[in-house]
Design a protein around this ligand. Structure first.
Ligand SMILES: NC(=O)c1ccc[n+]([C@@H]2O[C@H](COP(=O)([O-])OP(=O)(O)OC[C@H]3O[C@@H](n4cnc5c(N)ncnc54)[C@H](OP(=O)(O)O)[C@@H]3O)[C@@H](O)[C@H]2O)c1
Length: 227
């Protein structure tokens, strides 16, 4: 599958790119600038010589990908998504975007009116701006460094989206990430819970050290995390 990553030059985008490419997917490394995309793709090829990394500006990447990932800071949503919307019609569009701010007391989840479009979540705003895309929220809680190093993540990926078929596509795709198990957590309405929970994870990392992520226990009929 050809996976376009908007903001594929950034920390999380490069982490997802390496893992997906290692599993045999072709990666379109998207950026606002062709030069930055070229540089990031060159770095990714160095890290994974067998991987396929195609650098493009975000607009061209949206057309090239079979599926796409938005991996940009939340402040960039309104300026970025409208130009991509037509090319994304009908495609699964994964949002990893978390709206966070950082104060003296730690990371805080941005809520309500402060969110792009007035909320209720970044993923909801992305769906509003790309109405024909099939938006799914996923990977919000995974650590960029662990992905880049292709560590065994031992993590659950909570997946929310309006379309059950789109959620299932993302659950299948997540098998490409080492040690990650994707779970269907229902409609896009609850995306804010997943996005905001990343503030907790950042604060836990700061307090106790390490690379925390989410793990759900007690699901008798869910597949186990592969070790
Ligand atoms: N880092 C993590 O561990 C992690 C984990 C889970 C989720 N996330 C979420 O994933 C998203 C990306 O995180 P990141 O750490 O990779 O961020 P990042 O490195 O700060 O930014 C990613 C890329 O976004 C583009 N970008 C920056 N500002 C932008 C703007 N105003 N408008 C449009 N594009 C812009 C840049 O690419 P170009 O300049 O090349 O366009 C940049 O390389 C965030 O929403 C974050 O909350 C991060």
């Amino acid at each position: 599958m050809k996976i376009a990553i908007f903001g594929g030059t950034g920390d999380l985008g490069r982490g997802l790119a390496i893992c997906f490419a290692a599993a045999g997917h072709e990666i379109v490394v998207g950026s606002r600038s062709q030069e930055k995309a070229d540089q990031a793709a060159a770095g990714l090829r160095e890290a994974l010589p067998d991987g396929t990394f195609i650098p493009m500006e975000n607009v061209d990447a949206a057309a090239a990908g079979d599926i796409a990932v938005v991996s940009i800071p939340w402040e960039g949503i309104d300026a970025t998504i409208p130009a991509l919307a037509d090319a994304l019609a009908g495609k699964v569009l994964i949002s990893v975007v978390n709206a966070l701010k950082f104060g003296k007391s730690g990371a805080l989840a941005v809520q309500g009116d402060e969110l792009p479009g007035g909320g209720p979540s970044c993923a909801h705003r992305i769906q509003e701006l790309a109405p024909e895309a099939r938006v799914v929220v996923a990977y919000n809680n995974l650590p960029a460094a662990g992905l880049q190093a292709r560590h065994h993540l031992n993590a659950d990926v909570l997946v929310c989206g309006k379309s059950k078929a789109a959620r299932e596509e993302v659950i299948e795709l997540t098998k490409s990430l080492p040690g990650a198990r994707a779970l269907d957590a229902g409609p896009l309405h609850n995306a804010i819970i997943i996005e905001g929970s990343t503030a907790l994870i950042i604060n836990l990392n700061k307090r106790y050290g390490g690379e925390a992520s989410m793990a759900i226990t007690g699901l008798e009929n869910a597949p186990a995390i592969e070790h």
